[in-house]
Every structure is written in structure tokens, then in C-alpha cells.
Design a protein around this ligand. Structure first.
Ligand code: SF4
Length: 259
């Protein structure tokens, strides 16, 4: 009753009434809503609504009662051109978007931050509070630490970068490596070598580059040279003790004392 040809014609008439002068397209399908209602879909041929469907929900209260229209709406189909999902402005900001003079406050419930302020009457505690990470309203949460570590590890100065894989040694053994304070110091530091692209950046302890402080370049020729070299313009022939042949006798010096 809800899906037969009579129901399709009934639903199409309702869609056509809503569409006005626009033609209602082919019947696309029917979706059962519950035991007494179903939604018929028809292609919409409105300009600018490619892939949209007229959705007509009809209901049947039982034997002896007529079909009735519950709702007629336009709904996007699978191929419909629809606007992207709205994203709040503070979730659209990406790294590098912040310009000079811009203000970007963290979200109130930013999971990367936790309360960190500890007020003390003890001057000795106040003196070292900033140094040990206290004295600030908020500090990095565990999630914030892990988030940063994961980002840095997979970044340009992480152990899997091309530079690190061809480096002669790791930052962890380099004199230019300055270890971070706190738990991040277990795996990260700052490079202080102005001759590298990593200068002033956080580098992973297993990152590395060719400017490592212990790199040595062996001196020597720039092209490979064979171990033994023969100069055939300066050949020196030494006798071996064998009997000289006639040709050699003809040119040999004469020993006068032997006569
Ligand atoms: S100079 Fe190279 S190896 Fe040394 S800390 Fe900087 S990036 Fe690492």
C-alpha cells in the first residue's frame, strides 16, 4: 500500500504541487520509515540542485483510511553538490596562520593546558617557582606534551627525515645540541649551530646533520689513485744474471784486462 504504483503516483502529485512549474523527475526509490509511513524519492530538476531529490513522506493509518502526505522536502542525494560542513573559526586556524599583531587565545577547555600556578608565602619557593614550571597560570598537560612530541618527531627535524637518515651521527652526541628542560628533554633539544637548517629549531635526539660537531673529513686526493703507479718514461732495466744473447754482446763494453 505504501510502496505500490498508486502510492508512487500519490507522492509524485504532492512533489509536483511543491515544485510548481519545475518538472519532477524519475522515481528514485522508496525508504520505509516505520510500519505506517514511507518516503518516496524523485529526481529534482531545479537549476542548481543537481543530485537533489524530492522526498515525499506518506502515511497510511490502516485499512479503510486514505493515504496522507506527512512532508515534502528537497534532500541532497549521494551526488548532490552541497556546502562543506561549517567549522567554527577557532578550529580553522592552522599552523602558520598567525600574523604579526594577531591574537589567538586558547580554547577555555584546551586539553593541552592544565592549571600550573602555585602561590607560596615562602620566598625560597617563589624564587625557583618559574624555573621548575610553577608560577604560571597554566602549563602543558600530559596530552599537550605528547601532542608536541608526536608532531616534532614526525617533522622535518625528526629521526625519519632525509637529512637524519644520511647524517654521520645523531644530535644526541653533538656539541651543538641543547637539551630541553622537563620531560620533553628525554627526546628533544634545540640545535645551536648557525650553519644548519635546524639552527634554533627543536630537534629529535636521533636527528642529525653533516655539521655534527664531531664530523671529520679525511685529507687526500679528490680522485681515487691506484696503490702502485708505474712511470713508463723512467724505466730502469737491471741485469738478471742470465746469458746475454748475440745482440746484447755486439753492443757490450770490452774488458781490456782480460786480454
Ligand atoms: S649541528 Fe646537526 S647534528 Fe648537531 S645538533 Fe644541530 S642538527 Fe643536530
Amino acid at each position: 500500500m505504501l510502496a505500490d504504483q498508486a502510492a508512487v503516483r500519490f507522492a509524485r502529485a504532492a512533489a509536483q504541487e511543491e515544485a510548481g512549474a519545475e518538472r519532477v523527475g524519475a522515481h528514485v526509490g522508496v525508504l520505509a520509515e516505520d510500519e505506517v509511513s514511507a518516503t518516496h524519492l524523485f529526481e529534482a530538476e531545479h537549476a542548481g540542485y543537481r543530485g537533489w531529490n524530492w522526498a515525499v513522506t506518506i502515511a497510511h493509518a490502516g485499512p479503510g483510511t486514505p493515504l496522507s502526505i506527512s512532508e515534502v522536502v528537497l534532500l541532497p542525494g549521494q551526488d548532490a553538490l552541497v556546502a562543506p560542513q561549517w567549522v567554527p573559526w577557532n578550529e580553522r586556524v592552522r599552523a602558520g596562520d598567525l600574523g604579526v599583531g594577531d591574537l589567538l587565545p586558547p580554547k577555555e577547555d584546551d586539553p593541552r593546558l592544565v592549571p600550573g600556578y602555585v602561590a607560596s608565602d615562602d620566598p625560597a619557593v617563589e624564587e625557583v617557582a618559574l624555573e621548575v614550571g610553577l608560577g604560571r597560570v597554566r602549563v602543558l598537560s600530559r596530552e599537550g606534551v605528547l601532542d608536541a612530541a608526536q608532531r616534532w618527531q614526525g617533522g622535518d627535524f625528526g629521526p625519519r627525515s632525509d637529512m637524519a637518515r644520511s647524517a654521520p651521527a645523531h644530535c644526541g652526541t653533538c656539541g651543538f645540541y641543547t637539551r630541553l628542560a622537563g620531560s620533553l628533554g628525554a627526546a628533544f633539544g634545540v640545535c645551536a649551530n648557525e650553519l644548519t637548517p635546524a639552527d634554533g629549531h627543536v630537534v629529535h635526539v636521533e636527528y642529525g646533520c653533516g655539521a655534527h660537531s664531531e664530523v671529520e673529513v679525511e685529507g687526500g686526493p679528490m680522485v681515487p689513485v691506484a696503490d702502485v703507479v708505474y712511470d713508463d718514461a723512467e724505466l730502469e732495466v737491471e741485469p738478471t744474471g742470465a746469458e746475454p744473447g748475440p745482440a746484447a754482446d755486439a753492443g757490450a763494453p770490452v774488458d781490456e784486462t782480460a786480454r
